[in-house]
Design a protein around this ligand. Structure first.
Ligand code: AMP
Ligand code: TRP
Length: 349
């Protein structure tokens, strides 16, 4: 489907943003730049925004219950500290709105095995021993499609790694509409913008920065203090060359390119502007500047997260209120989906 066709298909739907983050560990700088920071920008543009801590996705690999509870509250604190305002955005955890699991099941019956077999994240996460992966990990993208389509969302801000899942969501929406002869689901578009749509590991510029990397030095956590941030940047892998005059000169230098992109995203400028400023300088000069910038942006967020985490009941209250508002949007959409499919809806009649 071309861009104008997508726009035409979505014209009947109100613009609405949906996105999610797994509470399966602490948030990283990758989550902040690739997702959270942009979630806040979208909220501030005045579009209706629905943000979800996808705990049902997290359990596709084993989660210790106490850690899951803590990680969910900490991620919620990260959203709030980064600037999500629960009065303007809906912020909730997925499992409090059971319609996600229900529509997820329905989409398991719409999605084809051939489509699921192409999902690269499953292959990465399942690794060599795919036989031992959970059935949920395999079905994960179909639950993600349910998350998005349950709200008739038209835009999905994500990092680069999630593009394939949003495309699958469109395939599921199109097949449902086609099979039932309706125009019920929109064609959500991935919104992948900014200088840091794929923040790489600080130890290996060819690997994504991830909360699940065994090396803590590979990532900056939103809970890291100023010393930890500065030290991780100082020790980040680089090469001996000075920074080039243009971004084209970073082509075969993944680690250098990553640090330039991080700088640009944190400063709200472009990678071109960053290399223009630092051209000819080595990492001895660039890294301290990057560390100062990262500390100045991230320290207020981590301080606020610590403050919020001191009152978990208040965080739970925010998530509960968000879940009530989310459920009010989701319930009629799920009901109509079931009705379209021929399921009797007669409770309370
Ligand atoms: P996850 O932590 O896998 O649940 O990802 C939550 C959101 O953060 C998704 O939109 C991801 O695309 C984004 N994200 C995660 N890691 C990175 C990264 N290293 N660079 C950019 N975006 C990321
Ligand atoms: N799969 C996403 C990730 O791992 C998280 C996610 C779940 C999501 N449901 C979503 C993202 C819906 C956007 C929209 O990053």
């Amino acid at each position: 489907m071309t861009a104008p066709e997508t726009q035409a298909a979505n014209a009947a739907f109100k613009p609405r943003i949906f996105s999610g983050i797994q509470p399966s560990g602490g948030l990283t700088l990758g989550n902040y730049l690739g997702a959270l920071k942009r979630f806040v920008e979208k909220q501030d543009e005045g579009i209706e925004t629905v943000y979800c801590l996808v705990d049902l996705h997290a359990i596709t690999v084993w989660q210790d219950p106490d850690k899951l509870r803590h990680a969910t509250r900490e991620a919620a604190a990260g959203f709030l500290a980064a600037g999500i305002d629960p009065a303007r955005s809906i912020l909730f955890n997925q499992s409090q709105v059971s319609a996600h699991a229900e529509l997820g099941w329905i989409f398991n019956c719409i999605a084809r095995l051939g489509w699921m077999n192409r999902m690269t994240q499953f292959k990465d996460k399942a690794g060599k021993n795919a036989e031992a992966a959970s059935l949920g990990l395999y079905a994960y993208p179909s639950l993600m499609a349910a998350d998005i389509l349950l709200y008739h969302a038209t835009m999905v801000p994500v990092g680069e790694d999630q593009k394939q899942h949003v495309e699958l969501t469109r395939d599921i929406a199109a097949k449902f509409n086609h099979d039932y002869g309706v125009e019920f689901f929109p064609m959500p578009e991935p919104v992948i913008e900014g200088a840091a749509t794929r923040v790489m590991s600080l130890r290996d510029g060819t690997k994504k920065m991830s909360k699940s990397d065994p090396s803590d030095a590979s990532r900056i956590n939103l809970t890291d203090d100023a010393d930890a941030i500065a030290q991780k940047i100082r020790k980040a892998r680089t090469d001996p060359e000075p920074l080039p005059e243009t971004v084209a000169g970073l082509a075969d230098r993944p680690e250098a390119k990553n640090l330039v992109n991080i700088y640009a995203a944190l400063a709200g400028t472009s990678p071109d502007a960053v290399v223009a400023e630092f051209a000819g300088q080595g990492f001895g000069a660039f890294k301290p500047a990057l560390a100062d910038l990262a500390v100045s942006v991230l320290t207020p967020i981590s301080t606020e997260m610590t403050r919020l985490m001191a009152d978990p009941a208040e965080i739970d209250r925010v998530l509960g209120g968000g879940a009530d508002r989310a459920a009010a949007i989701a319930a009629p959409i799920l009901d109509r989906t079931l009705e379209i499919m021929g399921m009797i809806r007669s409770r309370g009649a």
